[in-house]
Design a protein around this ligand. Structure first.
Ligand code: NAD
Ligand code: TDX
Length: 332
């Protein structure tokens, strides 16, 4: 593999994967990114321009997609509308980018015989009870709850159908909640870190009992590379690092990491349809491909993330006021 097309490579996780490719491999990278509110050129700053080029464009643009896919060895498709709260306010862009964009990419990959890897989420499986001893596996039935997760589920099903009906050389990964540097301030952890920096109390939806299975974005990238490099075609792999925590505990950890008193946060209106718990069983990825996470210590990873946001205010500050204004308009 010499040349990879990374869609959504100016977003949080896509840019992490581009950094991974530049630092850990010798492949060349073309990024296709629309630079929506969630994309940021600065997340790719300082890279060797002989090996990485950014094409600003839409994954729904079939002419552009066809031309870019025709000149690479593999596509890794991260581009998406990714925020549940936005999908509850305005679902349409989620259908366009997540469903039609995926359709454009898999059609081009099929036509040109190009290897395709599809990035997806554990949210396609719906949620679990807090005391359920089972976790999500590759055979858990799809049961998405939100406009966001239902469009991701739809995109996964398109890929599965293209594998079966057209022999598309594809793999799919469904990962749990990521944290780390370069995450947009709309998301839970960076929203609370930047609130504390601004002297604003963190905001917890509802009672804060909802559980997310946190994984560092660097571990997500190493897992995607393992699948791209040696995953079995047609297979789905779940990516997770045994990081289950409820939201209240995560806020308390952020306050502790930032030297703030325990309990100095607010309960605010809950998210409609809020999934209770996600939990990933990543046995298949670990046993079949020999992958293990490097960031097993959540507290250490969170402290490093707090430090990154403190030291990179120029990166997130331009988005902060508009993001909070949107939340205030939603009562959140
Ligand atoms: P993000 O919102 O930070 O980044 C999305 C990127 O896609 C942005 O750079 C944006 O400009 C780009 N984009 C959006 N619409 C586009 C379009 N029509 N054409 C081209 N580019 C477009 O999202 P993220 O958190 O980095 O998520 C990336 C992928 O990982 C998504 O597919 C998401 O479903 C999946 N995922 C995310 C998480 C998580 O915890 N954030 C967990 C599992 C899976
Ligand atoms: O201010 C907040 N307060 C709060 O309590 C925000 C923004 C969120 N929350 C809660 C909602 C969730 O239970 O925190 C949890 C995490 O919220 P998000 O960061 O919005 O993530 P989530 O909805 O779990 O989805 C994320 O993980 C799976 C990503 O945004 C998705 O793209 C990915 O598929």
């Amino acid at each position: 593999m010499k040349h990879v097309l990374v869609t959504g490579g100016a977003g949080f996780i896509g840019s992490n994967f581009v950094h991974f490719l530049m630092e850990k491999t010798d492949v060349s990278v073309t990024v296709l990114d629309k630079l929506t509110y969630a994309g940021n050129r600065a997340s790719l700053a300082g890279m060797d321009s002989a090996r990485m080029q950014l094409v600003v464009g839409d994954v729904c643009d079939t002419t552009l997609v066809d031309s870019l896919v025709s000149s690479v060895d593999a596509v890794v498709h991260y581009a998406a509308e990714s925020h549940n709260d936005n999908s509850l306010q305005d679902p349409r862009p989620f259908l366009d980018t997540n469903i039609i964009g995926t359709f454009a990419l898999i059609e081009a990959a099929r036509k040109h015989g190009v290897r395709y890897h599809h990035i997806s989420t554990d949210e396609v499986y719906g949620d679990l009870a807090l005391d359920d001893p089972e976790r999500f596996t590759e055979s858990t039935p799809y049961n998405p709850s939100s406009p966001y997760s239902s469009t991701k589920a739809g995109s996964d099903l398109l890929v599965r159908a293209w594998v079966r009906s057209f022999g598309l050389a594809a793999t799919i990964s469904n990962c749990s909640n990521n944290y780390g540097p370069y995450q947009h301030v709309e998301k839970f952890i960076p929203r609370q870190i930047t609130n504390v920096i601004d002297g604003v109390r963190p905001k917890l939806y509802g009672a804060g009992e909802n559980v997310r299975d946190w994984i560092h974005a660097n571990d997500h990238s190493s897992a995607v590379w393992a699948i791209l490099d040696r995953g079995r075609l047609g297979e789905t792999y779940l990516i997770g690092a045994d990081g289950e925590k409820n939201n209240k505990d995560v806020i308390e950890s952020i306050l502790a990491a930032m030297g703030e008193p325990a309990g100095s946060y607010e309960h605010i209106v809950d998210r409609p349809g809020h999934d209770l718990r996600y939990a990933i069983d990543s046995t298949k990825l670990r046993t079949e491909l020999g992958w293990t996470p490097d960031y097993a210590d959540f507290t250490a990873g969170l402290e490093a993330t707090v430090t990154w946001y403190r030291e990179h205010e120029a990166w997130w500050r331009p988005q902060k006021a508009a993001t909070e204004a949107k939340y205030v308009a939603q009562g959140q």
